[in-house]
Design a protein around this ligand. Structure first.
Ligand code: SF4
Ligand code: SF4
Length: 388
């Protein structure tokens, strides 16, 4: 295993982190296959993985609510002596916080579920712009200061899918941030905060952690013929998982990559890759860019995310509705895209909130008939998440 320093925390972290949002399950998403998941965690820890990520809602019955992932980890650590050697990371469900005391209530509940006195790294989970404004009004900095000084949490950060300008704003407003978890893979260099976000984290010496390195598995499953033909031209032959992970580990603004693993086979394969130094040549780096360009030719609409159509007077998040539809077409995985669509876009900002007033159309730089495209988005994803 190869280890990196996690920014100003000074923690030495395995460059592969174990994400626990896709553990193997039995009857439904909340019914973790504990025998199999235990084998996976034991193998990972025995082979050098020293950071594990979970969150309040992981493995809940729906997309929110109290999940089983934290509870399973609590049981796991109570049955062995690994806890003190592991960097345990979980996250505050900021969307569910309605008053200041809720921050403490959630943290105490999480400590109880995890059967521990402290959390090594505590993140505000999936900060959106409205949630960020809300938590500031609810004195989130006081809560974090107190949780740090009481020892309930040891390092603090946030995760987010928002654009780089907001990420910079969040970072600049609280000097105690030490880490951030953002989305990056070779397709998403300029989506969400992308590489500009990881560059900034490096600049301010914050730990840079990455989620969705395989885009929820979409960069490695059902590879289109056109993409495989490009990979076959590489100077060094790699599997799709190797391309996706080594792309990230060839960057000096990435400290740790979390992979949400579902089987022991995946754990073994990821650890093998994480333990191998693999310098990608300039030609193969160009090939990665060509693969990304080719994926983009499969888009469902022409939206460039320029933002000139926003804000919609009826609150529709036009950019992300069109983007998630694009990603669904590009990657051919409706279930994974639906998960993003319903978790990243608020209920009243999805495509079905469009009232066809047509006020946005004159502003579109790509001359897209936005309400017509939103209708396609609605027909594709529906109005509620029932894709489990
Ligand atoms: S047509 Fe739809 S998306 Fe465009 S401004 Fe009106 S409600 Fe918003
Ligand atoms: S103006 Fe057009 S291209 Fe730009 S974000 Fe809006 S829909 Fe997309």
């Amino acid at each position: 295993m190869i280890y990196n320093t996690l920014g100003k925390t000074g923690l030495k972290v395995s460059r592969l982190g174990f994400g626990t949002m896709r553990l193997p399950t039995k009857s439904d998403n909340s019914d973790i296959d504990k025998v199999e998941a235990t084998k996976m965690l034991e193998y990972a820890i025995e082979n050098g993985v020293n950071i594990i990520d979970t969150a309040y809602p992981y493995h809940a019955k729906g997309l929110e609510g109290s999940g089983e992932s934290e509870r399973f980890l609590g049981e796991f650590f109570s049955e062995n002596s690994y806890r003190d050697d592991i960097i345990l990371q979980t996250k505050s469900p900021v969307w569910a916080v309605e008053q200041k005391s809720d921050f403490d209530d959630f943290l105490d509940e999480q400590l109880e579920k995890l059967q521990t006195d402290y959390i090594d790294v505590y993140l505000l989970h999936s900060l959106t712009v409205p949630d960020w404004e809300k938590v500031k009004e609810l004195d989130v900095f006081d809560f974090l200061d107190d949780a740090l000084s009481s020892g309930k949490i040891r390092h603090v950060g946030f995760s987010s899918h928002i654009e780089v300008d907001y990420i910079v704003e969040i970072i600049d407003e609280y000097p105690k941030w030490e880490v951030a978890l953002t989305q990056l893979n070779y397709l998403d260099e300029y989506y969400q905060s992308g590489v500009m976000g990881t560059n900034y984290l490096k600049e301010v010496n914050m730990g840079s952690m990455i989620m969705e390195p395989l885009r929820g598995g979409r960069l490695v499953n059902n590879i289109p013929k056109e993409i495989q033909e490009l990979w076959d031209m590489a100077e060094t032959k790699r599997t799709p998982v190797e391309w996706a992970l080594q792309y990230l580990w060839n960057r000096d603004d990435v400290d740790c990559v979390f992979s949400g693993m579902t089987s022991l086979e995946q754990v073994k394969d990821n650890i093998r890759i994480a333990s191998t130094e693999d310098l990608i040549s300039d030609n193969d780096q160009e090939l990665i860019r060509e693969v990304a360009r080719t994926y983009r030719t499969f888009l469902g609409n022409r939206c460039t995310r320029c933002g000139y159509c926003m804000p919609c007077p009826h609150g529709v998040d036009i950019i992300n509705c069109l983007t998630e539809y694009n990603i669904a077409h590009m990657m051919g995985d409706p279930k994974a895209s639906a998960m993003q669509y319903f978790s990243l876009i608020d209920d009243d900002s999805r495509a079905d909130s469009c009232v066809d007033c047509r006020e946005c159309i004159p502003f579109c730089t790509q001359m897209i008939d936005i309400p017509a495209e939103l209708q396609k988005v609605y027909e594709y994803f529906g109005s509620e998440f029932d894709h489990f």
